[in-house]
Structures are given as C-alpha cells and as structure tokens.
Design a protein around this ligand. Sequence first.
Ligand code: F0G
Length: 358
Amino acid sequence: MNMTGKKIGIIERYQNFLPPVDPTCIISLNEGNTPLILAEALPKYLGLSGVKIYYKFEGLNPTGSFKDRGMTMAVSKAVEQKATSVICASTGNTSASAAAYASRCGLRCFVLIPEGKIAKGKLLQAYRYGAKVMMVKGNFDQALQLVKEVASAENIVLVNSVNPYRIEGQKTAAFEVVDDLGDAPDYHALPVGNAGNITAYWKGYTEYKKHGKSWMLPKMIGIQAAGAAPLVIGKPVENPETEATAIRIGNPASWKGAIAARDESGGLIDSVTDEEIRFAYRFIAEREGVFAEPASAAAVAGVMKLAKTGYFKEGSRVVITLTGSGLKDPDYALNFQDELTVVKIDARALSKIVSAKT
Ligand code: F0G
C-alpha cells in the first residue's frame, strides 16, 4: 500500500532490488502481488499427501499474464530514455502487455506475431490497446530476428526479454513467492518458451538469498512442449509445433540463462506432450477452480510426470507458475467436444437433469 492506500506495482514495491527508475517515468498498472494458491486436488491425485503444491497464478496480472512484471520495467525505462516507440515479436502475451503499457504513456507500439498461431484473446488485446499489429508468415523465432534488426537500426526500444529490464521486472515473482512462504520452495516449476522467465526467477531467488531474505534456493524445473523442446534435445528446433502456442518456440533467446538455472539449481528441463498438457489444463480448471492457459498447464503436466517417478521428496514444497489466464485462448477451451445440453422451460425436465448421477 502507498500513502493514499492504493495498491502499487512491482517497481515501487521492490525498488531496493531493481535498477533505479526515475519516479516520474514509472508506468504501472499495479501489476504483481498475485496469489499463491494452495493446490488441494493435485497432491491427492498424485498420492503426495506430504508434499505442499502451490500455484503462483500470474493470470491475475493486469493483462492476464506474467509479462506485465517485465513490461512495467521495460516501458518505464523506455519513457526515461525518451523513446517514442516500442516493438516486440510475440506468441501473444508479450504483445498484449507491451500494447497496454505503451498505451498508458502514449508510446507507439509495434507487434509482430506468427500468422494463425496466436490465441484470440491475446490478439484482440493487442488490437484494443491500440498497437500496430503485424502478422508474419513465419514463426516466433523468425519474427524475433526481424524485430531485433529493425530495433537496432531505427532506435525503437525492443521490449522482448532480450531487453534486460524485462528480466529484472519478472524476477519479482520469485521475491513474492519467498515473501509469502517465508523462504524459497524446494522446487519451482514453470513453462519454458523463450526462456526469459526461468532466467528471471533464478535471478530473483539467488539475489533474494544474497540479501538474506531466504535461506534456501529451489531446484528449477523448466517444462517445454514436446514438439518445441530445444533445451531438452540440446539443439534448436526449426519447425516447433504445439497446441500451447505461447511456448511454440524453437530457439530460445535466453538459452544460456535456462541452462544456468537448471544446472546451478540442480533442477531439470523436461518436456510434455500436447496430450499431457490437455489433461493438466482440464484438471486444474475442473478440480481446482483455477483456469490457466495451455502453456501454463504444461508446467502442471510436468509436475504430474515427475511425481509419477517419485521425484518430489516427502515434506517438500513445490511452486508451479501458472503464467497466463485461461480466458486468453477461447478456441482451445472450446475444443473438448463438451456436450451441449438444451433444456425446455420446464422445471420437471431440469430436475431430471440435475438429479442424474453423472
Ligand atoms: N507461458 C506463457 C503463457 C507465455 O506467454 C510464455 C511466453 C511462456 C509461458 C514462456 O515464457 O518465453 O519466458 O520462457 N510468451 C512469450 C510471448 C514468448 O511472446 O508472449 P518464456
């Protein structure tokens, strides 16, 4: 809380742990401060009664994803530098976030997205926040290459996670986990695409420990989609494919950061199939009341997969970052052939349905 009693964003809350920002240049939508929700059904389902699992639900950020933490930093710094435009390549969430923060301060925003491979909610956000949206006939990796070239030549600020301020802002999610739990968890699982977020969390955990805010460090567990798992197979994937379009990335920009997070923490990077993602996606919505997008569900699927091998120690704490809201991707949400039940305006007909056992 600040003096007016209003909630504040991550730059003000964690200013002692972030690069300084001129207070007159802070562009914030009160991002961060997202809940750490205790999983009830998942540990039961996995037979892990002695393990506490939490969802760090980043879908509750202002534009519905974790990107807002990095974007408040990147856009505030762009304003401080007196930039006039920002640009990014995106699988969807970065573009939604960049567009929102740019709109708040009158910066022009250009976004490049892979044609036909972006969730509708994200696309409409970029449009409605007023960005100039461009579809590329190619994938995210090619779009990122393109914006990197243009940004350096045209003096437009690039707000992808290759911009170090993005990582700085995103590391605050690790701070919040420690603030809530009183220490770092034993394991932290999250989905990996361009690998900025796993890099950011690891930076956050290690810095907080150095400042004496925690005693321990978690093992970092990065989860990729099987058709887009360059870090698992050890080389770039030319044509990445997965239904979890947010992480449909074949050559992550923060490759080294992800490997360092894995190795320094003693964790791992693994992959899950689209089938496993579908199962986890439905499980957390239908059994836990938490609606996250498919890429987020990949991390849950990864925890399910590892739990079956006995990976998690009794008495340990596991945090799973749910990176984005389920509302982002209505087409995916509606593709499960759920039966549509039509009922007459007739109380007896309705009673029959609601009293049925299944
Ligand atoms: N989950 C969601 C919902 C995402 O949107 C992304 C990345 C990730 C996970 C992976 O995070 O790239 O830091 O490893 N989305 C980017 C975008 C690429 O353009 O919105 P990462």
